[in-house]
Ligand binder design. Structure first.
Ligand SMILES: *[C@@H]1O[C@H](CO)[C@@H](O)[C@H](O)[C@H]1NC(C)=O
Length: 287
């Protein structure tokens, strides 16, 4: 029931390119009712061909019996096919096959009552669709012909069968994923606290210098001996602070790293010279 016989057969038939195909003639549906209370008296008869299906849905009451009969044909010759089914399909695609008993002459028929229908079809809210499936060995193409719809009339006096649709895997609704927001800079209060802590080291620095005897009187001499090195070295240290500030104020790490690299190289080259000059003064005993 789950595997679509119709599509499998259509596929198989499609693989064989054939001139003739399977069809039928004398298609007839007879609905007879056993129930005496039914308003329908005598069998209702409908006819169909492989070109024209029955226009109105055929009503199948709980005491009714549907009999489908036809003559199967290979091309224009009446013949018994290897496969002959009536496929009853529900809106979601579930289908139940009913094999026709076919004589060698091609005449075949099948009968269906509500009791033959599986619960999934019986509880269908929409009319069921009945198709004829004919096919056989050989070069003739198989055929799937929708022939009529079935309207179910459930007995109001018997409880309707309980059926819960099973979990089926299928397409789910689209998911709109919202990514977590970019991490924000630390709160202002934390930044201010650390900034104050850093500023507090400045007086400590001057106190330290006064204790160890730092000497700004040499500044002029240092600048006259190696002006470019000292200015560039000092400038590169200030620039590095600037780069840190840029990073803090929102630049990404990837934007900041190359600049840091360049500033670092400048600081290294100028620093080697500038500190070398300081050392030469130290070695000369000037502090
Ligand atoms: C149906 O007819 C075709 C062509 O006339 C023939 O080749 C094939 O054998 C026939 N098939 C059967 C099952 O009789």
């Amino acid at each position: 029931m789950r595997v679509s016989i119709a599509s499998t057969l259509a596929l198989l038939a499609g693989a064989v390119s054939a001139a003739s195909s399977w069809g039928f003639s004398d298609g007839k549906v007879e609905v007879s009712s056993k129930s005496s209370s039914s308003s329908h008296s005598g069998p209702r008869t409908y006819t169909f061909t492989d070109k024209e299906r029955i226009k109105d849905a055929v009503t199948l009451g709980h005491a009714d019996k549907i009999k489908i009969s036809l003559t199967a044909k290979n091309g224009s010759k009446a013949k018994r096919p290897h496969q002959a089914f009536l496929l009853v399909k529900e809106a979601s695609g579930l289908e139940a096959p009913y094999a026709l008993s076919v004589k060698e002459s091609g005449k075949g028929s099948v009968e269906i009552t509500q009791r033959d229908l599986p619960v999934q079809l019986l509880t269908s809210q929409e009319p069921l669709e009945a198709s004829l499936v004919l096919g056989s060995f050989g070069s003739s193409k198989g055929s799937v012909t929708p022939v009529f719809d079935i309207n179910l009339e459930i007995d109001p006096n018997t409880p309707s069968p309980a059926y819960e649709a099973p979990l089926r895997y299928g397409k789910q609704p689209e998911i709109h994923h919202i990514f977590r927001a970019e991490p924000k800079n630390p709160p202002k209060i934390v930044s201010i606290a650390f900034a104050l802590a850093v500023l507090a080291t400045v007086p400590a620095l001057f106190i330290g210098w006064s204790l160890t005897g730092a000497n700004v009187a040499h500044l002029q001499k240092a600048l006259s001996v190696a002006p470019i090195s000292h200015i560039t070295f000092f400038g590169s240290i200030i620039s590095m602070e600037g780069v840190f500030f840029l990073y803090y104020s929102g630049w990404s790490l990837f934007a900041v790293l190359p600049i840091m690299g360049i500033v670092g190289i400048v600081a290294f080259l100028s620093g080697t010279k500038a500190l070398g000059e300081v050392q030469s003064r130290r070695l000369a005993g000037e502090r």
